[in-house]
Write a protein that binds this ligand. Sequence first.
Ligand SMILES: Cc1cc2nc3c(=O)[nH]c(=O)nc-3n(C[C@H](O)[C@H](O)[C@H](O)COP(=O)(O)O)c2cc1C
Length: 191
Amino acid sequence: MSTYTVGYFVGSLARASINRKLALALTRLAPTELQMREIPIGELPLYSYDYDAAFPPVARALKDAIAAVDAVLFVTPEYNRSIPGALKNAIDWASRPYGQNSFTRKPSAVIGTSPGKIGTAVGQQHLRSILAFCNSPLMNAIEAYIQFEKGLITDEGEVTNSSTADFLRNFMTEFHGFISRVYTVLPRGGT
Ligand SMILES: Cc1cc2nc3c(=O)[nH]c(=O)nc-3n(C[C@H](O)[C@H](O)[C@H](O)COP(=O)(O)O)c2cc1C
């Protein structure tokens, strides 16, 4: 089985983010053929096309980080039934300047957790629309809407519920298979 690097975005900037805990858990549960690394978004200024002529170093670093990975994973809360502004801002940066969209042909997957029963489902639908527009081949299934209950994931990223751990492990195994299939159909460097 091929090995791939996966850059993950945490959509929350909160120190105690439950989605950051989820990202840590996914990193622990991923197959060894997926090498996980975070792509940080918290220091980006708000995007404007005034920057297109000369991206600041932090935005350049974002685009370089995406270019350096084989796939991207979004681990995000739902804010007001959509995605957090910080994450949308990062996607806007990465999608520009025009013609240099970092997500083109970059395989992606989406997951999130919330204390609410629908577990970020509506926010994820918005994110799926955005990624479709950004021409990212997105894993359609399995979907993962994780309802967070206190203690579900420790600060160290250990999942305390075994069926949730199995589900998340399977999600990452499916993502590995998906990345592999994308690169079979769309070899890198192809047109
Ligand atoms: C501005 C804001 C909007 C929110 N909107 C939603 C929402 O639409 N759906 C939902 O399930 N939870 C919503 N929540 C609650 C979040 O799910 C909860 O704060 C969760 O901890 C966020 O994930 P995080 O800890 O990773 O930041 C909202 C929270 C904030 C701060």
